[in-house]
Each structure stands twice: as C-alpha cells, then as structure tokens.
Write a protein that binds this ligand. Structure first.
Ligand code: VG1
Ligand code: CO
Length: 545
C-alpha cells in the first residue's frame, strides 16, 4: 500500500464549534477542504497505527462521498480496521455505543445534527475519543491549530467500496467491516430498560404512540426497536426513511419544526396518547403528551426523579449534570435525592469527564438532549424508552407525570428564544456590550425585577481541572429567576443569539399560566438589558422553544 502525499494549504475558519466543524455543503465540497480537516484530526492523534476507527453519519447529503474519502485517508494514517455502518449510517449515540463496545481507538461522525441538509444545506464532522464521547476542547483546539499550518494530506490510491452489504472488505492494507448500524445499539438499550413492560404498554388498546423520525437517521433505529422488538403497530414510526435532505425539512424536534406531531396530539381526535421525535443524527428527543409538550429541562428532572423505576438506574444515581442554560429543575431533584448536580458549559463534550469519573449518571441540556453513562453522547431513543418505561410502570399520562412533578418540586417555567441568522458583527457587538455592562448590573431594577448578580459563565472541570471561559452571560434575579445570553456555536449562517429565560414558580395555583405569559417580565428585562431590537433590528425571535 503506497501512501500518497497530496500538497495542500490551509483554509481559514476550520474551527470546531459546540459540536464539531459545521459548514455549508458548498464549503465542504471545495477541493481539499474535508481532507485538510480530517488530516488535521489524524495529525493530532498519536498511536492509531493498527487500531480501530468507527465511521458513520446521519446519512445527509455528502455523507457517502465523505466516507469514501475518509476511508482512504484512514488507511494512509495507519488504522488497521474501520467499522463503518451499512450505507455509511450511524446515529450519533449508536456511534458512541459501537466505539465503546468494540473498544475502538476513536470515531468520526459525519453530521450537522438538527441543521437542514441537501446540496445547499449543512454538513459536519467531529471526532470522538475512545470513551465514545466528543473530543474535549484541548483536542479540538489542537486540531484547529493544525488546520492553520497544514501543507499536505495523505491518502492512498484505492477505489470506492460498496457499503450497502454487511461484510469485510479492504481499502489498501486496512480492513473495513461494514456493520449493522442498529444491532449493537439496540442490544445496549434493551439491557437498560424493562422491555417486557414497555411491550405490554404498547400492546394496550388505549395507548397509541407516534414516533416522528423527521426523515432523519433514527427511522431505522426506531422501527427496529419500537416496532420489531417491542411490537408497536406498524406505522408507529412516521417519516422513518432517512433522506439526504430530510425531505426539505429541518430535523430539529421542537414545537416549531415538529409542529405536525404536536398538532396530532393537540386534542384527543387522533387517538394518540404519546408522541416523540428525534433530530437529524438521533441524539435529541422531544416528548409530547396529549396537548402537552414536555420542556426538555423538565424532562431531565422527571427522568432523574423516577430513576428507581428503571432497571439500569434503580440502584441509584451517582449524580446529575446539566448545561448552564438548562433550567434548575433537576437541581431540585438532586437536592431531594442528596446527590451532586454539576453545571457545565453548553455542549455534550463537557459531560464526558464527569461520566468517565463516575460522578454523574444522567446528563441533560435544554436543547432537547438527555443521556446517561450508557454512552458518551446524548441519546434520543434512550430518552423515549426511559419515558415509556416510566409510563408503563406508573400507568399515568405524560402530562400528569409532569404536573405531579411540579406539585412536588415547584415549576421552573422555562423558554428559549432564538434570533437566527443575524449579522455576525451585530451579534458580537451585542455580547460585547452586555459584557461591558456586567459590573453595573448587580443591584439594578428593571420593571420590578431585582438583579442579584451578573457574570460571564466560566467552568473548571472538576475532574481534569481544565478551564473554559466566556460560556454565556448570566443575569441572576431574585427567587431563582434568570436570563442567559449566548451565541450559538453550531450555526452556519451569520450568528444565532440564544436568550434563555427561567422563573421558578412554587405556587401550584400558578403552574398552568402559559409559559410566555409567565416569563413576560423576564422577556422585557432581556430586551432592556441587551438592546436586542436596537442592535439586531429584530423585534421577535425566529424560534421559541
Ligand atoms: C446547540 C445546543 C447545545 C447542543 C448543540 C449540539 O448548540 O444549544 O445544547 O449541545 O447544539 O447539539 P449551540 O452552540 O448552537 O447553542 V446537536 O443535536 O446539534 O449535535
Ligand atoms: Co443532534
């Protein structure tokens, strides 16, 4: 096998964001663009000779081309074996499960997650370490530095291989195993939950569920697990065939982009009792009861509070962790359980060290991501099965379970407002202005709200001591209310401003006040403090979740 060195030169801006490098397909298709980034990953590794790499993606447009390129480059980099999902498919949590099960050296996941796909959509790539989790910041920073000095990439002269059939092939001297993308993952989930009880629930005539795969990667996983293994009626999974452009949709399971599912459960007319959805790469989840969308932050708290009902977690939770902007609902559960609750920056990579060290068992983010120590990624279907297991044991509808949770712990009313595709300079200006005003904010009053403290969130990892600064501006108010501002690190067009709003309501008589109404004073404060309309020219958010 002869390694060919192809001269190259750096591209600007190959800096991984919250979850890998995400750019327009048109950017990735430039000659040497993908190759430069992959070579920079391989140059940052050491000791991969003869080792196993896991490779797969969410099936979006360009997935197939990128996989063939990466296979040749992996052979040139000295990997001994690559495990690749059939047709190049692996959901993000499944890739994590495969890395862990087969003790692989690491994995490359091709995904831009919830971002739109197709020739004019987005593409993405990220590297996961041998623990199955996204590489930490130290690694991604090193990859970025490497992209700035790269002068050549290595490949071999080998034809594309057929990825449509399971089996063993070779690319140069490297073995390629084409694996069933679902099997290892389904087996792992089956070991965590009470499948018999869930199957009994799904067989009940008075219980009907719908899982919306949004034309993205979870279709085959959901069909195999919900319909084939658990016996849910055929048709339970809708939009279940992964399409390279996700049917033109936005595979983001929130009330805006999964409006059809929410509408189907809006009243009793469809006969549905439970709905769920997942995103482009299968790591996010949405849980919908009858006329009731479960807020992801509440979902994390409910999962934690009900852990004793789940076989895998009945022995107790070591701790829980949430990203900083995620509501503090889970903190209350942790306090009641007497276990630690960790607060990390946004992005799953920060949970890895806590999970590896056995400090946290469940983790979650407000952006519809929840997961546990069974893998090192958030996991959409895992969350759905966890909910089904709770419903099966408690024999109550999802909305009643959440309402009872509020009765016991109080309600952390929560919402996120996104201003998408704003001018990058305006987004930076808004954040810089806010940052410069931080010292004056504590003690200030806005329409009857009293600011207790304000800061720019910084995090020191309790396991490895690494430090991450500038992770979001927090304005903390009386009684646990807060407003958080940060710029997205996953978008590909301009800047996306995220405003996170939270207010704690203890009084059960006020739990049913509509979310945006309950948060109205905080929305006013966010506008007054950050001057969103004046700086960005936007008077309304694009997405409210
Ligand atoms: C968003 C979410 C964050 C999540 C990340 C990746 O990041 O806010 O919680 O971890 O997406 O999710 P940002 O920087 O745009 O706010 V996924 O499902 O897109 O891989
Ligand atoms: Co995702």
């Amino acid at each position: 096998m002869q390694v060919i060195s192809v001269p190259s030169a750096p591209f600007a801006g190959q800096k991984p964001g919250t979850s890998g490098l995400r750019k327009k397909v048109t950017v990735f298709r430039q000659e040497r663009y993908l190759e430069n980034f992959v070579q920079s990953i391989f140059d940052t590794l050491s000791g991969q000779q003869g080792q196993t790499l896991v490779l797969g993606g969410d099936g979006r447009y360009y997935n197939d081309v990128a996989i063939q390129t990466i296979l040749r480059m992996a052979a040139a980099a000295g990997f001994g074996r690559v495990l690749v999902g059939r047709d190049g498919i692996l959901s993000t949590p499944a890739a994590s499960a495969v890395i862990r099960k087969w003790r692989a050296f690491g994995g490359i996941i091709l995904s831009a997650s919830h971002n739109a796909g197709g020739p004019d959509g987005d593409f993405g790539i990220k590297y996961n370490l041998g623990n199955g989790g996204p590489a930490n910041e130290a690694f991604t920073d090193a990859v970025y530095r490497r992209t700035l000095e790269i002068s050549a990439y290595n490949s071999i002269d080998a034809p594309d291989i057929d990825l449509s059939r399971l089996g063993e092939l070779r690319v140069g001297d490297m073995i390629v195993n084409i694996i069933d993308p679902v099997a290892d993952y389904a087996e792992l989930l089956e070991s965590l939950f009470d499948f018999e009880r869930i199957a009994a629930l799904l067989a009940r005539p008075d219980f009907r569920m719908r899982f919306d795969a949004m034309h993205a990667v979870t279709g085959p996983y959901a069909r195999a697990i919900l319909e084939d293994r658990l016996g849910a009626p055929a048709g339970t999974v809708v939009n279940g065939t992964p399409l390279p452009d996700f049917g033109g949709g936005h595979p983001d399971p929130n009330p805006v982009y999964a409006a059809e599912l929410v509408a189907a459960l809006a009243d009793g007319s469809s006969g549905l009792s439970f709905g769920a959805a997942s995103d482009g790469d299968g790591d996010r989840n949405m849980i919908v009861g009858r006329g009731f969308v479960v807020s992801p932050s509440d979902s994390l708290a409910v999962l934690a509070a009900n852990h004793a009902l789940i076989p895998a977690y009945a022995g107790g939770l070591a701790g829980v962790a949430r990203s900083m902007p995620t509501s503090c609902a889970v903190d209350r559960v942790a306090a009641a359980l007497g276990i630690p609750c960790y607060e990390t920056p946004t992005g799953w990579k920060y949970f890895g060290s806590l999970l590896d060290a056995g400090k946290a068992t469940l983790c979650g983010e407000e952006s519809a991501g929840t997961g546990s120590d069974h893998v090192r990624e958030k996991d959409g279907l895992w969350a759905v099965l966890y909910w089904l297991n709770i419903l099966a044991v408690r024999d109550l509808p999802a909305d009643v379970i959440v309402r009872e949770h509020w009765q016991r712990f109080g309600r952390n009313v929560y919402s996120r407002h996104d201003y998408e595709g704003i001018d990058t300079a305006k987004g930076d200006h808004l954040m810089n202005e806010l940052r410069s005003r931080l010292p004056q904010l504590p003690g200030a009053e806005f329409a009857g709200l009293h600011i207790v403290s304000a800061d720019d969130f910084a995090y020191t990892d309790p396991v490895d001591g690494s430090r991450s600064e500038r992770q979001g501006i927090r304005i903390l108010l009386d009684e646990g209310s807060r407003v958080v501002f940060r710029l997205s690190g996953t978008g590909t067009e301009g800047a996306t401003l995220r405003v996170y709003l939270e207010r704690y309501v203890a009084d059960p008589d006020r739990h049913e006040v509509p979310t945006q109404e309950a948060l109205a004073p905080l929305i006013g404060l966010a506008e007054a403090v950050a001057q969103i309309a004046a700086i960005t020219g936007r008077s309304e958010p694009d997405v409210i979740s």
